[in-house]
Design a protein around this ligand. Sequence first.
Ligand code: C5P
Length: 226
Amino acid sequence: MIEQNAPYVVVIDGPSGSGKGSLALRIAQNLDFNLLDSGAIYRLAALKALQKEVDINDELSVFESIVDLTIRFEIGQELSIPFLDGINMSNQIRQEATSEAASVIAQYPSVRQRLLTFQQDCFQPPGLVADGRDLGTVVFPKAKFKFFLLASVEIRAQRRHKQLIAMGISSNINTLQAEMTERDERDRNRSESPLVPAPDAIVVDSSMLDLEEVINLVSAHIKEST
Ligand code: C5P
């Protein structure tokens, strides 16, 4: 049974393109919970640093550029809309330059620390569905449910390619796959919050499953254990 009054958090971690964002949105809608896309927070912070034209490879400059970060999200019917300083950044956050910068700045302990409270503050009753890399290990280590979504890099590159094309952003699938492999390496091997499943996470390989099948699997697990 779910404890009454305990923070009810469902975390869905995994690498880029594993489908965790779409899954998190649907589970949040089904449960009528708030949604946290932590990758979008790192992407907005990266955009802020890029706007300020600081050296992305210098931790202190990046940290100083995001001290006064003002971000918010509006949950739409099919997606969460990210705002930076009041401006809708839906398109900018998915650009490859932003993905690359987000992965670089996410290595910095001071940046991760700065963004930690933003993420924890997204919790509000009756509950939260949160997706990212370290939500189950660092941000919400006591989450009720932890899922870690996997998919092969080839499948993830195909999914991201389709997503970008649908948004009118041009992309090359081979370049995308190479960049994803490089970012996975960086995310997995960094000393601060590496991309690894929490020891108590349920690992789901979505390579051969479509979104509806993953939603059914995760929803069934939540229902069974509630
Ligand atoms: O998930 P998404 O691709 O939007 O994340 C963008 C980048 O932000 C990732 O490459 C990762 O380095 C970083 N990130 C992170 N921790 C999170 C979410 C994202 O380090 N919880």
